[in-house]
Design a binder for this molecule. Structure first.
Ligand code: FAD
Length: 317
């Protein structure tokens, strides 16, 4: 079922989660172990992230270094199929521009359609870690917008080969990313919103936000979106801060702020256990305020922290 239908049909705020494929070599059981404790809260959908290749240098005989391309977390589509099969819940694969030609994107979307996957989150994807900026594939997409356009065209039965006659239209509900604290490459919020609106005008039916720890940023963002004519559901993304390391890494990786009041609480903690408790408490407060504001869904970036997510969900749902 399309997520937008689920949202329309629900009178209250839904619960959803986002998971990462396990590192290559780990079994699917690690995915089930992460989802099982959260099934009692009836997630409306489970997002599965996509991770492109990385380059590493391997030491070879004679001491020379060979540049090798590896994918540490493959399996997004297989995991989606397995989750739908095991839990009878909607799984949403993330589909990215990076590393894909248009042809490969089309073929990947056909696979998803055949598997009965109705929802996709369309993203540009991050740049390869060793490259300073995002580089599209030759004949690939440079922006999330172009990917949304391709999926929308397939939804209208238009494939890349314009000689194809009577091609079956796909029926994807397309989600895209939004940034309450602005995407780090955007020169300003106005410009970022212009391209977000372009994605919606091209066929995106809902937005999932980057994580934020200050609800004010989300409410202001929703306000700006509405004023810009973006009227689709905007699902807040939440992360439970769970270690001292994350106080530094989350702002660095995701380009978000930790509000001063939260930081002062975190600073008082002696170890990661205390940090986790403060992180859970903060997320419960955030969640309760968002539910009170009648947001469509609370989307938790679990990143393997199912027990912490369960502790929050218990208080909120
Ligand atoms: P875009 O919409 O393409 O925007 C990127 C930047 O370009 C923005 O600054 C925007 O303002 C600007 N822009 C957009 N269109 C144009 C245009 N036509 N001309 C000029 N400028 C333009 N990454 C992964 O690799 N895998 C994942 O699974 C994944 N999941 C994510 C889930 C969520 C909910 C979020 C918020 C992010 C996720 N990311 C993931 C990270 C995401 O890929 C990065 O943030 C990426 O840098 C931007 O992706 P986007 O789709 O928002 O890009």
């Amino acid at each position: 079922m399309k997520l937008t239908k689920k949202i329309e049909n629900s009178k209250k705020t839904l619960f959803s989660i986002e998971i990462l494929p396990p590192l290559k070599g780990k079994s699917i059981q690690s995915i089930y172990d992460g989802i099982d404790p959260l099934m009692e809260f009836k997630p409306a959908f489970v997002d599965v992230t996509y991770h492109r290749e990385e380059y590493i240098y391997k030491k070879r005989e004679g001491g020379y270094l060979e540049k090798v391309s590896i994918r540490k977390r493959p399996g997004t589509v297989g995991i989606c199929a397995a989750i739908m099969n095991k839990y009878d819940v909607e799984a949403v694969p993330h589909i990215i521009c990076g590393g894909f030609t248009r042809e490969e994107t089309e073929n990947a979307l056909i696979d998803l359609q055949f598997l009965g996957i109705d929802n996709v989150l369309a993203l540009r994807g991050d740049s390869i870690k060793t490259e300073p900026a995002f580089v599209p594939e030759p004949n690939g997409h440079a922006y999330g917008l172009d990917l949304v356009k391709q999926i929308s065209e397939m939804n209208r039965g238009m494939y890349l080969d314009d000689e194809m006659k009577e091609a079956a239209p796909t029926n994807f509900c397309i989600g895209v990313a939004g940034y309450p604290e602005k995407h780090f490459e955007a020169p300003n919020m106005t410009s970022d919103l212009k391209y977000l609106k372009a994605k919606v005008d091209a066929g995106a039916e809902y937005i999932v936000t980057q994580m934020f720890f200050d609800n004010k940023k989300y409410f202001e963002f929703v306000d700006l979106c509405r004023k810009s004519g973006i009227n689709v559901p905007i699902i807040p993304g939440l992360k439970i801060l769970g270690s001292k390391k994350q106080i530094v890494t989350l702002p660095k990786i995701f380009h978000i702020d930790i509000p001063q009041a939260f930081y002062e609480e975190l600073e008082k903690c002696k170890d990661d256990k205390q940090i986790r408790e403060v992180g859970i408490r903060w997320c419960i407060e955030q969640s309760k305020e968002l539910v009170k504001a009648n947001v469509p869904c609370l989307h938790f970036y679990t990143m393997g922290a199912s027990e912490a997510t369960k502790a929050v969900a218990k208080e909120v749902f």
